[in-house]
Write a new protein. Structure first.
Length: 398
């Protein structure tokens, strides 16, 4: 920092100097500000602040007021102009330290790295230069240049909003959140596959002995794959109630479920003998079978291996478009079976670990046979068509 007519203000500690900042014009020439600026050192860093006046006497009084604020600790510390990449790295470090799952962190790293590179290509500007106009330009780039779906675009915009909210809030890396008022529109829900009851029966009949208990538990309990992988024997309560309960308390980040709350799910009578027959070789209910590469027993399941196995099983069973099915399809099937069996929404929400019925509605798929049976219950007390044309005319109000 350079100033002309630099002068120490008597009686200030920390020491404050006032003067006019030197400016460099675009043509290379030098100039100076009309207003006075103050220079001071705080926490081993040099700072400069405009005193907002060209009157020297007023500037000295403002410098003394600044000194008092520094002593009291009420002076807002100027923020260092950080890049989006620096802010992104700091945010990811915080999330990692909070205990976010590695799967989540892989997604966050990829999306925010892509965003930071996009911002850098638009010019070497700092994070504080980002505006809501840039936010919507990024959305347009995702949709038109990258050909991303509305759902993918929405997910990435929400993550960018989280980044700037943290940067302006707890991160204290930018002065304001430039996208605080930007509302990301909800994309239309993407249709999801759902196993029919008949398909679930076929899958369980054709699954391997190692796969069958896992897929049966997903179909009869409606658990997420992370909850299945984390399920412990101590949470299978065979002695509670008539058929027992499963205490779902693990499977998300920070040692909780995804919904942050534990829940009890009754064990279906058809599932209980399957669970009772499992060998207890680990504290986990479901474990990975030994292989040539990993001969150890009791290792936890791998979600990627399970995903591949369900797709191959669907193909083996002859399901149309077998590759569209995934592990979460069992969860859709469970929600749909709850609706088909007229289970109360309160029970279904509790068993699946949801708070909102809107989310539950996204899972429910109405089977054709169920819809047809429901339609047959509707009756107006007579035939849908009149017996004769004359009778039809007679019934028309005049």
């Amino acid at each position: 920092m350079q100033m002309t007519d630099r002068e120490y203000v008597e009686g200030t500690d920390p020491a404050i100097y006032i003067g006019h900042r030197i400016l460099r014009h675009r043509d290379g020439g030098l100039g100076q500000t009309k207003s006075f600026h103050a220079e001071y050192t705080l926490e081993s860093r040099q700072h400069s602040k405009s005193l907002g006046t060209s009157n020297k006497a007023v500037a000295i009084r403002n410098a003394h007021a600044l000194c008092q604020r520094l002593i009291e600790g009420t002076e807002i510390k100027p923020l260092r102009k950080v890049s989006v990449t620096e802010m992104k790295d700091a945010y990811l470090e915080v999330l990692t330290n909070r205990g976010r799952t590695e799967k989540t962190m892989v997604k966050y790293r990829y999306v925010l790295k892509e965003f930071a590179e996009w911002w850098q290509r638009r010019g070497d500007r700092k994070a504080c230069a980002f505006t809501e106009r840039d936010f919507w330009a990024y959305r347009r780039w995702l949709l038109e240049d990258e050909k991303k779906s509305l759902q993918t675009t929405s997910d990435r915009l929400i993550l960018v909003k989280q980044l700037f909210k943290w940067g302006a809030g707890k991160g204290k890396m930018i002065p304001i959140n430039p996208v605080a008022d930007a509302t990301v529109p909800d994309p239309p829900p993407t249709p999801q596959p759902c196993f029919t009851p008949e398909q679930v029966q076929i899958l369980l009949a054709n699954a391997t002995p190692q796969q069958r208990p896992i897929f049966a538990a997903m179909a009869y309990l409606g658990l997420r794959v992370g909850e299945i992988i984390a399920l412990r024997w101590e949470d299978v309560l065979f002695d509670r109630g008539e058929t027992g309960f499963v205490h779902v308390r693990l499977g998300g980040s920070n040692g909780t479920t995804k919904g942050k709350k534990s829940r009890l799910v009754p064990i279906h009578p058809e599932l209980r003998p399957i669970l009772e027959a499992l060998p207890r070789i680990s504290d986990r209910v479901f474990t990975r079978p030994p292989s040539s590469t990993t001969p150890q027993t009791g290792l936890p399941l791998h979600d990627r291996h399970l995903l591949v196995s369900i797709k191959k099983l669907c193909e083996k069973c002859g399901f149309a478009d077998a590759n569209k099915y995934k592990l979460h399809t069992f969860r859709h099937a469970f929600a749909s079976m709850c609706a088909r069996s007229q289970v109360s929404a309160k029970y279904a929400l509790n068993w699946m670990g949801h708070k909102s019925s809107e989310i539950l509605d996204m899972y429910i798929t109405m089977y054709d046979s169920t819809a047809e049976s429901a339609m047959r219950t509707i009756s107006y007390g007579g035939p849908a068509q009149p017996a004769t044309a004359t009778a039809a005319i007679a019934t028309v109000p005049r």
